[in-house]
Design a protein around this ligand. Structure first.
Ligand SMILES: [Ca+2]
Ligand SMILES: [Ca+2]
Ligand SMILES: [Ca+2]
Length: 228
């Protein structure tokens, strides 16, 4: 009897014995090690990525900033508040105009204050008064100290000169005489003449017609209309 029981136990143990371990799976047909001829190079040998970050602004050179629109004789507000100057960049790099000087041939000389970077093809506006509620509705990027006959700058209605300078170097210059400035309208440079040489010709300028919030005309910070 005992032998029979032992025999049953042995038989049961044989039945429940686990299967022998299977051999490890065959390696995949796809090699896990890249082929040196076709694989991308490891990261530490890749060429450095092309620098696509922003270009640091640099100082403008002569001819790269162009006087493009002048509010010489505002009517909606007094000249001390309503004069402004639009300048366009014709450079292909961002320009930092911090420290821009505004001057005439006589005693006027002042330094414009404001944020000083203009993008390629961009425009900025510097004003006698930066308060849009007081200057006829113009948004300004900078201001200058308005003062006639020295101690600042003023744009004479019947004729004057205006230079923009940086560090003493003249970047652009415009002169005008009686009739150049229309009362209550900014005088804008013809778009096809937006360079420091062509803006020397008074015939390339014309009065703006787009209305400003204060009632005068001009396109501060926006492209000028083609002159008729
Ligand atoms: Ca004036
Ligand atoms: Ca010029
Ligand atoms: Ca304009």
């Amino acid at each position: 009897m005992i032998l029979v029981l032992l025999g049953c136990a042995v038989e049961q143990a044989l039945v429940v014995a686990p299967d022998p371990p299977r051999p490890p799976a065959e390696p995949s047909a796809e090699p896990s090690v890249p082929n040196a001829d076709t694989a991308a190079p490891p990261p530490d040998t890749e060429a450095p990525p092309e620098d696509t970050g922003p270009v640091a602004p640099r100082a403008p050179e002569a001819g790269e900033l162009v006087l493009a629109e002048l509010m010489i004789d505002p009517a909606a507000v007094a000249d001390a508040h309503g004069e402004w100057i639009e300048i366009v960049s014709v450079a292909s790099d961002p320009l930092d105009w911090t420290g821009l000087e505004l001057a005439d041939d006589g005693v006027d000389l002042t330094v414009a204050l404001g944020s000083g970077v203009v993008a390629p093809g961009g425009r900025f506006v510097v004003c006698a008064d930066g308060d849009a509620a007081a200057n006829g509705g113009v948004s300004c990027d900078g201001t200058w100290l308005y003062h006639a006959f020295g101690g600042g700058l003023a744009l004479a209605n019947t004729g004057d000169e205006l230079e923009i300078r940086l560090g003493g170097a003249v970047l652009d210059r415009v002169t005008w005489s009686a009739g150049f400035a229309e009362v209550g309208a900014a005088t804008g440079l013809e778009p096809s003449a937006e360079n420091a040489a062509d803006n020397d010709e008074a015939t390339r300028w014309c009065a703006a017609v787009a209305a400003l919030p204060g009632g005068d005309s001009g396109t501060p910070g926006e492209p000028n209309r083609p002159c008729p």
